[in-house]
Design a protein around this ligand. Structure first.
Ligand code: G
Ligand code: G
Ligand code: MN
Ligand code: NA
Length: 251
């Protein structure tokens, strides 16, 4: 069977699941939120990397089903943690280009929030700047999402081509500094300059800025020194299963 055939059955066969990566306040170590990251456990191949099956899901249209499953599961998990005594302030869910184009997306999000009982402000949707720039009515779409009460983060910020003038019109809350700029932050002057520029841009546009791919204490210290107090990365935690998150963060 082709990979596509397996992928189509992955949800009903309960082969897909979510991992969650903590987002942390650098100076206090406090849990600010989590990013939901989808995983697929193929019956023969084992774990297939998202970079392989997400593009396939996009090409075949399966991404709408998968994306909806991810949203429902992410919201349900937030409620489960809450019932277990852990209030996770926020969950971030990635949206692919195909989902962002979809007319009924806003209604779907609102319905999922209503059905799961998750407060809208606890859900953040992540889209890349390329997706925003390549979507005709991105502004209207983002305004609609904002009206539902969810927040929006721009993922992989700095790697696409966003028009800052365009960005300024949008009710976006968060910029995520792409991890390629964080990797060599204390040794590469260009990466350092870019990271600092994004932090300052965020400040002047009143956006929160989170650094991705933070792997060392030095990187975290650098970010804090330059006014970025939010980080996500292996230094704090890899993406983990729901119970692992509970064990580590339950008060
Ligand atoms: O852990 P990591 O290998 O999960 O993720 C690889 C890529 O897959 C990242 O670019 C991430 O944004 C993307 N990704 C992970 N989960 C999802 C998801 O639920 N939906 C979409 N569209 N992309 C996802
Ligand atoms: O593209 P997006 O930012 O949504 O995807 C997050 C991706 O980054 C996931 O594949 C996740 O596993 C990965 N990731 C998270 N933290 C780190 C890190 O500290 N280092 C590296 N190399 N990858 C990371
Ligand atoms: Mn992301
Ligand atoms: Na990213």
């Amino acid at each position: 069977l082709r990979l596509e055939t397996y992928l189509r059955r992955s949800i009903e066969k309960e082969e897909v699941f979510l991992n969650f990566q903590p987002q942390v306040e650098i100076d206090t170590g406090k849990l600010l939120g989590v990013e939901a990251l989808v995983r697929w456990n193929h019956p023969e191949l084992g774990l297939v990397p998202p970079n392989r099956f997400i593009p396939l899901a996009e090409d075949t249209g399966f991404i709408n089903q998968l994306g909806q499953w991810v949203l429902v599961e992410a919201c349900r998990q937030m409620v489960r943690w809450q019932e277990a005594g852990l209030v996770v302030p926020k969950i971030a869910v990635n949206l692919s280009a195909k989902q962002f184009e979809r007319g009924s997306m806003v209604g779907t999000v609102a319905e999922i929030l209503r059905e799961t009982g998750l407060e809208p402000h606890r859900l953040q949707l992540e889209v890349t700047e390329s997706v925003i720039m390549n979507t005709g009515d991105a502004l209207a779409f983002i305004n609609d999402l904002h009206a539902v009460g969810v927040s929006l983060a721009i993922d992989d910020f700095g790697t696409g081509y966003s028009s800052l003038a365009y960005l300024k019109q949008m009710p976006v809350q968060t910029l995520k500094i792409d991890r390629s700029f964080i990797k060599d932050i204390s040794t590469d002057v260009n990466d350092e300059a870019i990271a600092i520029a994004i932090i300052q841009l965020g400040r002047s546009m009143n956006l929160s800025v989170i650094a991705e791919g933070v792997e060392t204490e030095q990187q975290a210290a650098f970010l804090l020194r330059h006014g970025c107090n939010q980080a996500q990365g292996f230094y704090y935690s890899r993406p983990v299963m729901p119970d692992d998150l509970l064990q580590r963060w339950l008060p």
